[in-house]
Design a protein around this ligand. Structure first.
Ligand code: C5P
Length: 410
């Protein structure tokens, strides 16, 4: 998304200015060409040299100093850029821009540009909640400027509350979101992720090696593409770089079953990436099993409900996508599951392959559709694999929309 993008990073004078260095690094790592513009106050916190060294571009600070490379004046740069991000945005800079003041390079540029502008504010909690700042934020939003709101936390001024610069990961996610085509808008996507934990006794459980990474990547990418996303997940240790994905955390397969049933009616697309345990111990004992007796211990297991199979029987106009994590006969097993569960797509992966399956950040998959067509996806990051799966889903959405009678009622 950021490859070859021209991005202007505006840095205003708050203590979080040092974090913009990290933001610059993340954007350049993803292939963006970043031009940094600093206010006078920002230069008290971080030197222009730091940004210049890391961006490889001259840092723009002074309105009246001609640049060595005079091709890039503030108006020219404002024209060629794809996006402006101001991080940190202080109360002062928000106030100036909201009230049409353009008295330095950064504020002049914001006024001169027609490209999307994203603000990541950071300030003392009372300043953030003050009616001045809130009115200015509302005014800027009404003008179409975008925001990544500050988060709660320990602030540099010693107070605690909302005012901390959003995590760099979240700011980068918002930038990628701005560049993404919203081809899933209007769609409610239900995604399951992670393992289930099937209790044996109060201290033990049976589970599998799923970490939730693939399902989380799908949730992030679907939201980025404009879908309303509900994520139902087994226990996990991951963080989602978005605050706008409701997350329902369940423990075992029966809880996941209940949660999926609850959301199924109101969603258009279900992607079951969760590794749901097929069996559970017959009884969850109330007391811990002790090893006092010698010999073996036999654990009797019951079958868990097959959630996806049930959805396949109940589906109306839903699009259903399943996963098949296999260790042998990948495509044969995936094909059988696709038919048995009445799915539109199944994503098959051989979890014994290096770089595929549980825990790793990459995956290697084959996407099989109901017509028998197979799309081979080489080793890619889970985000990229998620995007390719969603490309197939979008095709199905378009086809369904064409086939549905008017008025189109999902
Ligand atoms: O049959 P198998 O478990 O291999 O099928 C995998 C697919 O079915 C996955 O999409 C998984 O989320 C889903 N599944 C389910 N309920 C189960 C087991 C698997 O929904 N009890």
């Amino acid at each position: 998304m950021l490859k070859n993008r021209e991005i202007i990073l505006g840095v205003s004078g708050g203590i979080a200015a040092y974090k913009s260095v990290e933001l610059l690094r993340e954007m350049t790592k993803k292939g963006a060409n970043v031009h940094v513009v600093m206010t006078q106050n920002a230069q008290q916190f971080v030197t222009p040299l730091t940004f210049q060294t890391l961006s490889g571009n001259p840092v723009l600070c002074d309105m009246f100093r001609l640049l060595e490379d005079s091709k890039i004046g503030h108006v020219t740069l404002a024209d060629i850029a794809d996006l402006m991000v101001i991080a940190p945005a202080t109360a002062n800079i928000l106030g100036k821009i909201a009230n049409g003041i353009a008295d330095d390079f950064l504020t002049t540029m914001v006024m001169a540009t027609k490209v999307p502008v994203l603000f990541a504010p950071s300030m003392n909690v009372n300043m953030w909640h003050s009616s001045f700042v809130q009115n200015n934020v509302e005014r800027l939003k009404a003008h179409g400027y975008q925001f990544v709101d500050p988060i709660e936390g320990d602030l540099a001024c010693g107070s605690v509350g909302k005012g901390k610069l959003a995590d760099i990961e979240e700011i980068v996610e918002k930038i990628e979101d701005i560049f993404t085509k919203k081809d899933l808008s209007g769609q409610h996507v239900l995604i399951t992720a992670g393992p289930t934990l099937e209790p044996i006794d109060p201290v033990r459980y049976i589970t599998n090696r799923s970490t939730g990474k693939m399902g989380f990547a799908l949730a992030k990418m679907a939201r980025r593409r404009g879908a309303e996303v509900t994520l139902i997940t087994g226990p996990h240790y991951l963080s989602l770089p978005r605050r706008d994905i409701p997350q329902i955390v369940v423990n075992d397969a029966r809880q996941m079953h209940e949660a999926v049933k609850h959301y199924f009616e109101d969603c258009h697309i279900v992607i079951m990436a969760a590794a749901v345990a097929d069996f559970r111990p017959q009884d969850c004992l109330t007391e811990k099993i002790t090893k006092r007796k010698n010999g073996t211990y036999l654990l009797e297991m019951d079958r868990n409900p097959d959630i996806l199979k049930e959805l396949g029987e109940k589906r109306r106009n839903h699009i259903l996508v399943g996963f098949a994590a296999e260790t042998s006969e990948l495509m044969e097993n995936a094909g059988v599951k696709l038919k048995e569960k009445n799915l539109d797509l199944i994503v098959a992966n051989d979890v014994t392959q290096a770089g595929a399956g549980f825990g790793v950040d990459t995956n290697i998959v084959k996407i099989l559709d109901a017509q028998g067509k197979v799309r081979k996806v080489p080793i890619l990051s889970k985000d990229e694999v998620a995007d390719i799966i969603l490309d197939q889903v979008v095709k199905l959405v378009k086809k369904k929309e064409k086939d549905l009678p008017w008025p189109r009622n999902w």
